[in-house]
Design a protein around this ligand. Structure first.
Ligand SMILES: Cc1cc2nc3c(=O)[nH]c(=O)nc-3n(C[C@H](O)[C@H](O)[C@H](O)COP(=O)(O)O)c2cc1C
Length: 325
């Protein structure tokens, strides 16, 4: 019997109520596999739906049971890539950012359970009506794209709206057992963490980026659309992305019209920068950076987060400190 048994662990046969956020390319096959192997739910970050990358990521996960997350508006424009996802026999499909109903219908036709990440109560209602097995309530604290609401009131509001039987996860700003315990108290059945798993051994990304994550705090992050324009990505403007501030962002954050006016030149300047030049390139991460000081393995993160939460919920009352390493 797992220490923290919830409807989420029961539904997916997990040891811990913890999912890996499908961080575009960063949540590759190795990280997703490591989280699943540790008893959580590993989700590959399929991002903007590139069929060849997706096929390779599932291959790298080997025979470990992993799911995949897609950015809805991009997946709807890439039916071929979505077909690749369905044919990869994912353990679950996560959809986020847009009207995912057609994707839910297609996944259910293959008996693939769906997690729908939402940023508002209205979206949660839509996800429920579409029959999503899991609603992921994402607070604005989260790294990457998201909405404007904080998790603290959004999650219990979704619980009140959805009733007692809907499986709900909390995401955004969670990096240790305190966050997991708090989400369970708010009415959630588990958590989905991104930023914490980015600063981890198995994440796909340059060491210099991971090191920077351990040295940066939440105050240095901001929600912005600057990098969407810089990368030429057609994001609906109600979604902004939380990133670490840098020179490129500071130049344009308060002058989006100016950036749009010079989009071509700035896109070229962005693309020409070295992949690891984080004075220009986007380092995507959330407010939870304050809580992250080390680069442990995914299994250590899963185990420590769950153990800490169980201790708190069993009456420890006070967090005793420490990081996830
Ligand atoms: C580097 C990074 C990339 C992300 N990419 C995606 C993505 O491709 N698709 C998606 O649905 N969410 C993405 N997210 C958001 C996560 O799904 C999740 O909501 C978030 O990581 C939770 O907050 P946290 O970072 O504070 O744990 C990303 C987050 C990060 C940090």
């Amino acid at each position: 019997m797992p220490a923290l048994s919830t409807r989420f662990t029961e539904r997916f046969g997990l040891d811990h109520p913890i999912a890996l956020a499908p961080m575009d390319k960063i949540s590759g096959g190795p990280l997703a596999a490591a989280v699943s192997e540790a008893g959580g739910l590993g989700l590959i970050g399929g991002g903007y739906a590139d069929a060849a990358w997706i096929t390779d990521a599932f291959a790298q996960a080997g025979n470990r049971p992993v799911g995949i997350g897609l950015i809805t508006w991009a997946a709807l424009r890439a039916p071929g890539a979505f077909e690749t996802v369905l044919n990869s026999n994912p353990r679950a499909l996560l959809v986020s950012f847009g009207d995912a109903e057609p994707l839910v219908v297609a996944a259910h036709a293959r008996e693939i359970p769906v997690l729908w990440q939402v940023q508002t109560l209205a979206q949660a209602k839509q996800a429920m009506e579409a029959g999503a097995e899991v609603i992921v309530a994402q607070g604005q604290e989260a790294g990457g794209h998201g909405g404007a609401r904080g998790l603290m009131s959004l999650l219990p509001a979704i619980r009140d709206m959805a009733g007692p039987d809907q499986i709900i996860l909390g995401a955004g700003g969670i990096a240790d057992g305190r966050g997991l315990a708090a989400v369970l108290m708010l009415g959630g059945d588990g958590i989905m963490m991104g930023t914490r798993f980015w600063a981890c051994r198995e994440a796909t990304g340059p060491d210099v980026a991971k090191q920077r994550l351990t040295e940066t705090g939440g105050d240095a992050t901001v929600r912005s659309s600057v990098f969407d324009v810089a990368r030429g990505l057609d994001w609906p403007r109600q979604f902004t992305g939380r990133v670490v501030r840098n020179d490129f962002l500071n130049r344009w954050h308060d002058d989006m019209a100016g950036l749009e006016a010079q989009a071509g030149a700035e896109q070229a300047r962005y693309a020409a920068a070295d992949d690891t030049d984080y004075t220009t390139r986007a380092l995507i991460a959330g407010e939870a950076l304050d809580l992250i000081h080390d680069l442990p393995s995914a299994a250590e993160i899963v185990r420590k987060t769950s153990t800490e939460a169980a201790a708190l919920l069993n009456g420890a009352r006070r967090y005793s400190g420490g990081t996830a390493g």
